[in-house]
Structures are given as C-alpha cells and as structure tokens.
Design a protein around this ligand. Structure first.
Ligand code: SF4
Length: 1004
C-alpha cells in the first residue's frame, strides 16, 4: 500500500463524487448561505431589543445575565428513600411487535429521563437501538391522547366503564358473537392468559392479530417445508460466511441489535476468523453497507438468485433435497464468478455459515433458504429453529395478512358488531387493496385504545388513552425465550388504560394489570418476585426445537418464479419511524436515514440510470401507480440502488398525526397489496411537473474531499500492518507554541472502530437523550442548523454498477491542540486537566469563530432558542411545530437530564465525552476511596452501541481497553496532517473480500 496521491480513489459523498452545484457552494462555507440569516425582521429587532435588556441586567447578574430566572420548589415532605440529585435505575422491558428488549430506565426524582439497555437481558445484552432510545420522548409527548373521547367529544371514565360493562353483559348472552378484538403482535404471557380466558368465556368472539411489518412469508415458507409453526434466528458469532438475500439483519430485522453485536465480534482482522458477508439486495441497506461483496439486483432477481444458488449447490452435490427438484428459477442473475465464489465459501464452511432472507421474499424462497441452511449443516449450529411462542393461541400462529384479510371480509359482511382495537393503526397500515378504511365503518361500535389519535381513531366511536410502557404493568417473552417484567417507572400521566385492562372488563374478575401480572408469576415467592423486579428478568425458557423437511412441501406451480417485467417497487420499514408509529417523535424524524441521509421525509429512491430513463431528477414529484392505487412522491437518487427498482420506506405520509409528524413524506402502505405487501412489480412512475424539496444532511459538515476514511482489505493489512498509519503523508508536525503535556491523573480518550460500526444511528439518539439536544425542524435542517453532537458521515466509492458504502461517526475529537480554543475571544472553550475540550456556556458570546476554525466541523450553534423558540420568528406554516415545543404543560421538558445544562440561543455546543457521567463516577470512586475502574465510565454513545465500536477510557492507563486499541496498527487520527493531537482516534475499516472477486481498490 502506498500513501495517498492524486490518483488514489477515495470515499466520497454522492454530491462530492458528482461535484454538484450545491456541493461547490457549500464547500468553502462553514454554514450554508442561509444558516446565519435570521428569517424575518421582527425576530432580528426582537433579538436586538433582548440584547439591550440583557446588557442592562448584566451589572446585576454578572456573567449569567442571559439566563432566564426560574423558580424551584422544594418538597414539602420528601419521599422515603429519595436522595436529592441522585438518579435511580428501574428494570423494565420495551417491545415493538415481537421485538423485545430489556431496558434500565434512569429516573430522576420520579421522572424517567433516559433509557439504557439491560445487560442481564439476553435478547439485547444492554444495547438499545435508536427507536428504543427515543421511546422515552413518546412518554412526554404533549400530543398524546389525554382524554377519553366518545363520538369525537370528551367523555369520562364512568361512561366508558358503563358501556364496557353493558357490552360484556350483552356479549355473554350471545357467547361473544360479533365481538372482535384486534391486537398488535405482542408477547406478553399475561396477555395470552387473559386472552385465553376471554376466548373460553366468549367462544364466538374473535381475537385477531395484525402487525404491518411482519415475518409472515418466513413463517409460511418454514411451515410449507417442515409442517411446523417455527421461525429461525441466527448466531452470527459462529458464522464465517454470511449470504444475505435482501435481509437487513443489521438494520431493521427483529433482533438486529444482538445480530449487530454478534456480527461485529467477527469483524476483527487480527483474529484470523474475520467473517465474510455477501449481500444480494435491491436497495442499499445498513447490512449491505457492511458487506464485503454486494450485488445489487431487482427484487425479482434477488428471489431468482436464491433458486440459482440452491440449484448450483445441488448440482455440485453439496446439498440435496427432492423439494428443490420442483423449483425453477426464471433467470440466473448472479454471474458464474459470483456464484462460484459463494459456493466455494459455503462448501468450505459447512455448519459455519448463514443464509438469511429478507421479509419481501416469497414463502417458497424462504423455504428454499431453510433447505440450503439444513443442507449446509447450519441448522442447529448457526441457524436456530425456535417454536413460535404461544402457539396454542390460534390467533398467534395465523399470519398477520390472513388475519386482517379475514377481518376485512367479516366487516364487509356486516358480521362485526363491536370491534375493540388494542393499539396500532390498521386504517393506515392495512394493505391498500383491502379498502380497510371503508370496511371498518361497517362495524357498529369501534373502541380504539391508543397512545395518539391517528387515522384509526378518526373512524372509532370510543377513543381511549393507552398507557405508555413506562407507565404500565405487564410482562414479555422474547422470541429467544427471555421472560421479563414490564414495570411502571412513572404514574400514568393521563390516567389511561392498558390492553389487558380492556379485556378484563369482559371477564368476571376485573383485576387490575398489576394483579394479573402478579398472578401469572404467582408460583414464585415474594423474594423471587422482588428479584425479578430488580433484575427485570424472570427466567429464560427453552424455545429451540428440531424439525425435518417434508417431501411434499411446495405445491406444484407455486415454486416457479415469474420473470417480473417493468419497474419494481420495494417497500421497507423506515429506519427511524418504523411503520409510522413513531411519526410524532421529533428525535426520530430528525434522525437522518443511515443510507439516504434524509430527515423529516421519505422519498422514492431510484438509481441514477433509472431516473435518467424516466427523465426525473432529485426533488421531482412523480406519480407512482400500482394497478388502481397511486401516490405522489418526491424522487431521491441513490448510489447502489438496483436499476429498474424503486424503493420507498413505510411509515410516512400520515393524515392524522401530531404536530411533529404532520405533513412528512409519502405513504407506501397506500400501494401495498395483501398478495405481496413489500414487493410490487409492473408499477409505473410518471413525472408530475411539480417539485418537493427534501432535507438531507449529506452535504452538511463536509470534510471537503480529504482522506478521512482509511480502509484496507484483510490481505493487504496483514501484508503491510503499518500501512494504515502511513497512508497520509505529511511533513514533520511542529507546533508553533509549547505543547502541554498531559502526564498525570486520568486522561480521557476514545477509539471508534470503523470495521465494527454499521452506521445504525443509535449513538446519535442516545447522545440526544443524555445531553438535552433539541430538534430544529425540517426547514432548519435545510439551513444546516441541526444540533446533533455526533453525526454519522456516509461515503461511497466505486462506479454506479459497483458501489460500496461506509459510515464514520464523527464527534468532537477533544483535540489537545484544539484550533477552536485558539480563536475564542472570551475563552469559553478551553482545555481541562484531564484532556477534555470544555465549553463554558455562560462565557460564550456566540461569535462562532470556534466553529469556523474546527476542521472536523463538530460544533453546533443554537441559532434560535430551539428548546423554547420565540414563535414570532417561526414561519407560519411550521408554527404549530414550535408551539409544540412550548407546550404549557412542559411535559417534553420532564425528559431533560438535570446533570446537563439546557443551552439557549446564541450558545455554541458540542460533545463533552458525557462529562457528567465522568464526574459522577469520579465522585463515587472518591467516596469509596478507590481508583476508577476501566470501563466504569461509559459515554451514552458507547453504552448503546451494539457493535461495541466505541471504546472510552483513560489513555494513561496502559491496561485500559482504550490504551490497548490506541497502540493498534489500525489506529489513526482524523486529519493527522493538521497536528490536532485528537483524543478520539479511529481504527481503519477492514473488508474481507473473496480472493477471486474484484474489489474497489481504495485505501482511504
Ligand atoms: S458507532 Fe453509532 S452508528 Fe456506529 S454502530 Fe455504534 S451506535 Fe451504530
């Protein structure tokens, strides 16, 4: 490997590769043109007036003159066990459908302020993903439903209870005929117990389960080939070779945080056992970004590639199954070379490989994948077969699509008298061909239990506030068998109900949720119950089973893939707002998509060639039509997207949502069908002539084409272990002043391993929750005013047909030779004795010299009072959004971390290495008269990162994990040529390509 030179290809953003006008304009500016411009004269005048008033107060209040005065009230009578200023952690459980994770809720004086993963819970081992981190914001969302509504008018608990008792008594007489319960997928043992009691009592009633993002095709495919109700999960820690057919196991699949953890443990190039990932997919996914080889194909071709591989493996005698004889591939999209490389790897790693399929694959393809895994001896080793939990409840084994289809049929036939909907939003999420929004109106009574008013509430007779999980008593059993407790960490803010409360009205004993949960686990002693509450875990039960393949699994004809014609469309869950349930969560709306970097909207993603063939460009509005259904959407052009394939994330374009999620994006559910909810072929795309501007962060904080991402292949790295450090050539680094030596006490530092980081964004949300970081809204994102202290840069390399993607988290590097400190006229940013680049907010006068002098562009300026913005300065069309921020009941502010200053307008802010966490551990260690242990301080980003890509600690301690990593051959400094002496360094990203396949030859 040689140092970088003019000819060496480098990782670049898409606009940089194309040298767009926008990129050129931004290149030489710290902030885009509008970033420093106030939007209207009133706010400018108000600002000057405020400054005048502030200056007059300066003599009275000294350096804190700009701080608003707030009154505080002490406890009249302090609660027992409360230590003022100390936070307490409670263990509980968060679920989304069947995705279950253990959580520790940090509570300050009775209000939960931050979530961390529960390390005792085997399903997530202490790591949380972005939506799990952000779920705390839902609790305090001022747009939550607060009152019981009957026919759109406020009602009372008494009236609701009267109605429920009446319904229960009339249902008793007819054994529940016409009574339907519609629930989301859930895995609460208590819920199933109550549901069973309900079904016994009302044998003619129906319980229906519908989850819009589901594994129906996987389960159906497994049922076809085994005759059993099972699902598969993976152990990536044991897999040397992984072949993904459209699976996003590192991104959106159930259990992706534990998969990320297992996968990243095998991305160590020094270990001799680094894994290899092949991703065959239609859109760039988080998983595809980590692939050593990625083959972009149309969705129909991805499916054909499954059959192609199965056939080739069978022809070579590596696997055999009579079932495969029935399968015919419509085409062979993988080249012989690609196929040979995969087969070579799979045949030499029997029992140590994984074939994974995405949710959009047909049941037949899912079945074939299972046959391949079985034939390669992976099943039982890397592929675990689990029984479906609660399979004795018929409604739980029936597919989501079949369930909602049958319900729609019954609605249409007028069979549904009373429909009780427990959460969810089927009117928005049901496939378009069901016309569920019209059929549901045929029910006589609809009760919707919901956290927020949504499209389904609008057609409901009763709309009832649902408790947030942090306000609820319940339990859960994860798909891998961990049984855990859901316990409330705050009194319900709006006195709502839980799912089991609703069912218990129909049972004789109207037990409260706590009693029901307690009785589920009654066999345990009080001591073990208390232990469960303390640890969050009750027990782990075995879920594994063994199955064999049937001889007659596939029905004749079903196995043949049709060669799809024309344009194809892939619908997939949003990385931020999932199926739309988090549409009103500002943290998630503003979290840029890991691939497109879009915020506040989704978009119709096309490849450059496809966009050209359709004569459309970025921001063009198009009409997308599937049969009789069509939507309009804005176009986004994405490298790595398969040609003739459009992709649209789900969850956007909602019609009834709170003030944050209003008017965001385009609704993919309006195109989906029951036959194939995530994949459509033969769609048409037509330009409308209108445009819709999307907000993307991809060009913000550009490092101007410098070689910031260093990478290599395993082979190169092993042959030239020192080459990473030598990649950037520079003259001897000489300081123009005496450098301070940091040789005593704790010296804090961080290492970020680019081989492990998947770009999942969880660290951004954890940092936002921990450090009271505001959201700014779409318009301000377009002005480059987003406030995140960590950003994940995303770069591409290669040509349009062979694009690779990488992610690089960038935050304040805490440079010892910090350029920001040299230019601050009021010494608001200075260096601590422990090597932290500190911000003294009270001193900052907002000149922004520091931001202009920061070469890595990690300083964020609070242009407006983003936590409580002056509404006069807000454009009318977004005013409701900022009214939301200023809600009089201030519930959003209940989430604020009291250990972190809430910054105001005119202040520069940036990462502090979570100095409040450092100080807390320092005080504890001092009180206990001991040294701080390595790993005892975890920054918020480090704590949540499932890839364990971030390591923080004392760099003076030679035994600390961070010190050892800093001695690594892969360790390098960002912009090393500037002599910044950063405390945060990076380990180069290493890929592990198959020797016979070409890779993009780039080193940085
Ligand atoms: S560093 Fe951040 S983006 Fe990267 S894997 Fe960890 S949490 Fe995800």
């Amino acid at each position: 490997m040689s140092p970088l030179n003019q000819e060496t290809p480098m990782w670049k953003s898409e606009s940089e590769r194309n040298q767009t006008k926008e990129y050129q304009e931004n290149l030489h500016r710290e902030f885009p043109v509008d970033a420093s411009v106030l939007e209207d004269p009133i706010s400018r005048r108000t600002f000057i007036k405020l400054m005048g008033a502030s200056a007059a107060l300066a003599g009275l209040a000294g350096c804190s003159f700009r701080r608003p005065v707030k009154n505080i009230y002490p406890y009249a009578k302090s609660p027992e066990d409360l230590v003022p200023g100390k936070t307490v952690y409670y263990a509980t459980t968060v679920s989304l459908g069947e995705d279950v994770a253990g959580v520790l809720a940090e509570s300050f004086e009775g209000r939960p302020i931050k979530l961390e993963g529960n390390p005792l819970h085997a399903s997530n081992k202490g790591f949380l993903k972005a939506w799990q981190q952000a779920s705390i914001l839902e609790l305090y969302d001022p747009d939550r439903l607060k009152t019981i509504m009957f026919k759109k008018q406020n009602s009372s608990k008494e009236s609701l209870e009267e109605w429920l008792v009446e319904m229960a008594s009339s249902s008793k007489e007819n054994k529940g005929e016409g009574l339907y319960i519609l629930t989301e997928a859930q895995l609460s043992p208590t819920f199933f117990k109550v549901a069973q009691d309900f079904q016994k009592k009302y044998p003619k009633a129906s319980v229906v389960r519908y989850e819009p993002i589901n594994e129906d095709n996987l389960r159906e495919g497994l049922f076809q080939v085994t005759g059993q109700h099972i699902r598969t999960r993976y152990n990536f820690a044991k897999a040397n070779i992984i072949v993904s057919f459209g699976s996003d196991f590192l991104g959106t699949d159930i259990g992706n945080e534990i998969y990320t953890n297992q996968f990243s443990k095998r991305r160590d190039p020094d270990s001799d056992t680094m894994n290899r990932l092949y991703a065959i997919e239609s859109r760039f996914s988080v998983t595809g970004g980590k692939a050593d080889h990625r083959f972009p194909l149309k969705p129909s071709q991805v499916e054909a590639a499954v059959y192609q591989l199965a056939k080739r493996l069978q022809d070579k005698g590596i696997i055999s199954s009579s079932l495969l004889n029935a399968v015919t591939a419509s085409e062979e999209p993988l080249t012989a070379k690609q196929c040979d490389a995969i087969i070579d790897d799979l045949s030499s790693n029997k029992g140590q490989s994984i074939i994974a399929g995405g949710a959009q694959l047909s049941p037949t393809a899912q079945g074939v994948i299972f046959i391949i895994n079985q034939g390669l001896n992976n099943t039982g080793n890397t592929v675990i077969v689990d029984k479906l939990p609660f399979s004795d409840a018929e409604f739980n084994t029936k597919s989501s699509l079949k369930s909602i289809q049958d319900l729609a049929k019954d609605l249409d036939a007028g069979l549904v008298k009373t429909l009780i909907i427990l959460g969810g939003n089927p009117v928005y999420t049901a496939p378009a061909d069901l016309a569920f929004d019209q059929k549901i109106t045929k029910a006589h009574h609809i009760l919707h239990l919901t956290l927020f008013e949504n499209e389904t509430s609008q057609v409901s007779t009763w709309v009832v506030p649902r408790n947030h999980y942090l306000e609820s008593w319940s339990d859960a059993q994860s798909l891998d068998g961990v049984q855990s407790i859901v316990q409330p960490v705050i009194e319900p803010l709006y006195g709502g109900f839980q799912d089991i409360d609703m069912l218990s009205y129909f049972l004789d004993k109207q037990d409260k949720a706590y009693d029901l949960v307690r009785s589920t686990w009654a066999k345990g002693s009080d001591k073990s119950w208390k232990e469960s509450l303390h640890n969050g875990i009750i027990q782990t039960v075995s879920t594994q089973t063994t199955v064999s393949i049937k001889d007659n699994g596939f029905t004749a004809g079903a196995e043949k893939t049709q060669k799809a014609s024309g344009l194809e469309l892939l619908l997939y869950p949003s990385y931020s707002i999932h199926d739309g349930r988090f549409a009103n969560n500002g943290w998630l709306q503003e979290l840029s998509d890991p691939i497109t970097k879009l915020t506040w909207d989704n978009a119709l993603i096309l490849s450059k060639a496809t966009a050209k063939s359709l004569n459309v460009d970025l921001h063009d509005m198009v009409t997308v039509t599937n049969g009789s259904h069509s939507i309009e959407a804005s176009v986004y052009i994405q490298p790595g997207q398969a040609n003739q394939t459009a992709a649209l994330s789900l969850g956007y374009g909602r019609k009834k949502v709170g003030r944050v999620g209003d008017k965001t994006g385009f609704n993919g559910f309006a195109l989906s069908t029951t036959q194939s909810p995530y994949y459509l072929s033969g769609i048409s795309i037509k330009k409308t002539g209108k445009t819709y501007k999307l907000a993307t962060t991809q060009e913000h904080w550009s490092l101007e084409g410098r070689p910031v991402y260093r990478f290599s292949t395993v082979e190169d790295y092993k042959n030239h272990p020192h080459a990473i450090k030598e990649m950037v050539e520079h003259p001897p680094l000489i300081s123009s002043w005496d450098e301070k030596k940091y040789t005593e006490g704790n010296q804090w530092g961080m290492v970020i391993d680019l081989s492990k980081c998947s770009g999942c964004n969880a660290c951004i949300t954890a940092c936002q929750a921990e450090n009271n970081i505001p959201i700014v809204g779409k318009k301000e994102v377009m002005n480059s005013r987003e406030m995140h202290w960590i950003r994940i840069d995303r770069y591409f390399i290669g040509d349009d047909n062979n694009t690779e993607m990488v992610h690089q988290p960038v935050t304040c590097l805490q440079c010892e030779m910090a350029p920001c400190e040299q230019v601050c006229p009021v010494a608001a940013t200075t260096h601590s004795e422990e090597g932290l680049n500190e911000m003294t907010y009270n001193r900052c006068v907002g000149t922004r010299y520091c931001a202009n002098n920061c070469p890595v562009k990690v300083r964020r300026f609070n242009f407006f009072d983003f936590h409580q913005r002056n509404p006069q300065s807000v454009p009318k069309e977004r005013k409701h959004f900022f009214d939301y921020m200023r809600e009089p009941d201030k519930t959003v502010q209940m989430q604020f971390n009291p250990d972190v200053t809430v910054r105001m307008r005119g202040v520069m802010e940036k990462c502090t290495y979570c100095v409040q966490r450092i100080n807390e551990v320092k005080f504890t260690a001092k009180n206990e008269e001991r040294a701080i242990r390595d790993g005892e301080i975890k920054t918020a980003c480090e704590q949540t990162c499932a890839a364990e890509a971030i390591v923080f600690g004392n760099i003076l301690d030679p035994e600390s994990a961070v010190s050892k990593l800093k001695k690594h051959n892969r360790d390098y400094h960002l912009l090393a040529e500037l002599n910044l002496k950063p405390r945060t360094s990076y380990l180069a990203g290493i890929r592990n390509p198959h020797p016979s396949l070409a890779v993009v030859e780039s080193k940085a």
